[in-house]
Design a protein around this ligand. Structure first.
Ligand SMILES: Cc1cc2nc3c(=O)[nH]c(=O)nc-3n(C[C@H](O)[C@H](O)[C@H](O)COP(=O)(O)OP(=O)(O)OC[C@H]3O[C@@H](n4cnc5c(N)ncnc54)[C@H](O)[C@@H]3O)c2cc1C
Ligand SMILES: NC(=O)c1ccc[n+]([C@@H]2O[C@H](COP(=O)([O-])OP(=O)(O)OC[C@H]3O[C@@H](n4cnc5c(N)ncnc54)[C@H](OP(=O)(O)O)[C@@H]3O)[C@@H](O)[C@H]2O)c1
Length: 340
């Protein structure tokens, strides 16, 4: 049992490095294993440079000490970046690579990256699913420059849960950057990949609203690699039929860009340009724009595409189109929620 989160530092020469940890002790007993699982990211995040410096003090094998000192030095900065951050080396992996290092728990508690919370957009409408919150989570995986397979900590953990076994997941709500649109506002939605998450809720909500009164149309630009990651395919297609919120009869539309189905990339921006006039007409009808998904390049590419559309359809210069869009943003009609 760990009565205090940290105890007295025993290594005198190291004392100067530690902040005043004794103020933050807890009196509640907690198992060491639970403490580590709930607070310390040992299997996902990479340690910082300082971690290597401290490791070098505890290394008993001379060659390990030398290597760690090199990593901690200004000359070793680039090699440390290649070994550590670029490879997304985890604390556990680093400790395994330097087996002579026996770092005391006091130090690990201080230096291991804290376990971070993850945010997810709510992808259900409370009208359609009272007392439930649905999430749309992409299982993150990639290959490092040295061809090591890496996976996302939280998304893989969520994907591995067994829905049959009730499990308690600590969660809370935080106001997002996409306000809930009133039914009278036409919507232009851009959500490639998991960016479709918040729009699933919007579409469910508008479908319910439109069954009991007038509701403005929605056009939605979705993007995925191919048919295999075509999230909620049936849902979107069903809303495109007959009286659905995406139906042409209602002034709506659903457009999907498959990026890897053909030799050249097709993204949501390409589909938007094909619908340039419809987008412009909806903007003139006081539509709001919502963009969600990967933060890497997509939001700025989509912004440029809107600039191009406004410039072409509004017969304005590119600068005037950009200013027009900025005014739209200030008026609360251009919203972005993006993540990496
Ligand atoms: C407001 C908001 C809303 C969000 N909504 C959603 C949502 O609805 N659905 C959803 O799936 N996610 C959403 N996210 C992202 C989510 O919070 C997590 O970041 C995501 O699930 C990954 O978490 P993880 O623990 O699985 O991965 P982690 O263990 O945190 O690993 C992810 C990290 O790995 C690295 N990485 C990932 N891919 C690569 C690559 N190809 N090359 C190099 N490095 C890479 C990056 O550093 C990345 O930050 C949202 C984020 C925010 C801020
Ligand atoms: N293993 C898998 O099969 C798989 C499948 C989906 C997601 N994932 C994981 O989940 C994470 C998040 O996935 P996600 O579905 O939210 O997003 P994503 O897969 O990163 O992207 C969704 C779609 O957006 C496209 N895209 C890329 N750059 C764009 C740009 N600048 N503008 C417009 N569209 C662009 C992608 O095309 P391109 O990727 O073809 O460029 C893809 O078709 C990914 O990082 C990945 O690790 C894995």
């Amino acid at each position: 049992m760990l009565k205090h989160a940290v105890s007295q530092v025993q290594h005198k020469e190291m004392k100067n490095y530690l902040p005043d940890i004794h103020k933050n002790t807890t009196e509640v007993p907690i198992k060491l294993r639970t403490f580590v699982e709930l607070t310390m990211d040992v299997t996902s995040a990479s340690p910082r440079r300082y971690f290597f410096e401290v490791m070098s003090y505890f290394a008993t094998a001379e060659h390990e000490k030398e290597r760690l000192q090199y990593f901690a030095s200004p000359e070793g900065r680039d090699d440390l970046y290649k070994y550590n951050q670029k490879e997304r080396r985890t604390v556990l992996e680093v400790l395994e690579d330097f087996p002579s290092v026996q770092m005391p728990i006091d130090w690990l508690v201080q230096l291991v990256p804290p376990l971070k919370t993850r945010a997810f957009s709510i992808s259900s409408s409370p009208l359609a699913h009272p007392n439930q919150v649905h999430l749309t989570v992409s299982v993150v995986s990639w290959t490092t420059p040295y061809k090591r397979k890496r996976t996302g900590l939280c998304s893989v953990w969520l994907a591995g849960l067994d829905p049959q076994q009730g499990i308690y997941i600590p969660a809370w709500f935080q106001k997002g950057s996409l306000p809930r649109p009133p039914p009278s506002v036409p919507l232009i939605l851009i959500g490639p990949g998991t960016g479709c998450a918040p729009f699933r809720g919007f579409v469910e909500e508008r479908a319910i609203q439109s069954s009991s009164g007038p509701a403005a149309p929605i056009i939605f630009f979705f993007g995925c690699r191919n048919e295999d990651d075509f999230l909620y395919r049936e849902l979107w297609l069903s809303h495109s039929l007959n009286d659905g919120v995406f139906s042409e009869a209602k002034g709506g539309g659903f457009y999907v860009a498959f990026s890897r189905k053909q030799p050249q990339k097709v993204y949501v921006q390409h589909k938007m340009l094909e619908q340039s006039q419809r987008i412009w007409n909806l903007l003139l009808s006081k539509a709001s724009i919502y963009v969600a998904g990967s933060a890497t390049k997509m939001p700025s590419d989509v912004w440029s595409t809107f600039e191009e559309i406004v410039s072409k359809e509004g017969e304005a210069s590119r600068d005037s189109a950009a200013n027009w869009l900025k005014a739209l943003q200030r008026a609360g009609r251009y919203h972005v929620e993006a993540w990496s």
